[in-house]
Design a protein around this ligand. Sequence first.
Ligand code: NAI
Ligand code: BGC
Length: 278
Amino acid sequence: MSTPTPASLRAAFGLEGQVAVVTGASSGLGRACALALGAAGCTVVVNHLEAMAADGEAVAAEIEAAGGKAMPFVADVSDEAEVEAMFKETVRRFGTVHVLVNNAGIQRGAKFQDMTLAAWRAVLDVNLTGQFLCARSAVREFLRRGPEPDVSPSLGRIVCMSSVHQTIPWAFEVNYAASKGGVMLLMQSMAQELATARIRVNAVAPGAIRTPINHDAWATPEALTELLKLMPYGRIGEPPDIAHAVLFLASDLSDYMTGTTVFVDGGMSLYPSFRGAG
Ligand code: NAI
Ligand code: BGC
């Protein structure tokens, strides 16, 4: 799909010169968000796992090659000390943080009766605790820095990557669905508590988007045909579909929005199996 040019992004979103941290930015949706924020003029901290160093560094290099500013940073979002070190280094190098995209996430599916405690904990640790730890560090920095009326009417913005599975139950992925249901109430509760401090917290809930996390669901024509039955709009999502919604929520164009989930799912959450039935 077509991606807006950097010039149009800069003009449209007013994010030039702001600092954004994107977690899990070495692939998929995080990569797309990092590239879009970089094109919109943000300095982007490209968070990635040690094991994804080559990919994380490539994303940062791509942002810089397009005329932007980026820093790759290794941190496991479920590790308190590593998250705190990432924000400390971001503030030391770039002065502050304006935007957090809480994106890193994993799936470890299994039949319910076979799901190990390790698989349960791994998913909750990354998808939910990781979002809590990064959001807490971001909020501490927003409050420390204080208002910058020339930059934004808000103190800072957090965009949580949720999923249609924050509301759609998901057999064989109960740890994942529970984590995204948790993200929804984490996001809403933070938004309620922090609105008086003029910190905005929102979420994007993607449907099925073509990334490594769901490779098996789209990699063969047969799998894609099955998947498309769940999508009234008739196509799989692509990472820029999500990055564009994230850009909007990260910018002041959405200044009166907080505690909201924007579903970007081609209609997946519209009970498509009810078409012609019921
Ligand atoms: P992906 O697998 O390409 O991206 C996940 C990224 O998170 C990877 O780069 C991975 O290295 C990183 N990561 C994993 N554990 C980490 C940790 N402990 N610390 C830091 N980074 C870590 O898959 P995708 O699709 O880009 O996933 C991104 C987010 O989007 C996830 O939260 C996922 O749940 C969510 N999502 C994806 C959908 C899709 O259809 N692709 C739909 C709905 C939500
Ligand atoms: C999952 C994907 C899945 C999509 C739609 C996402 O949260 O990570 O694997 O394709 O939801 O079911």
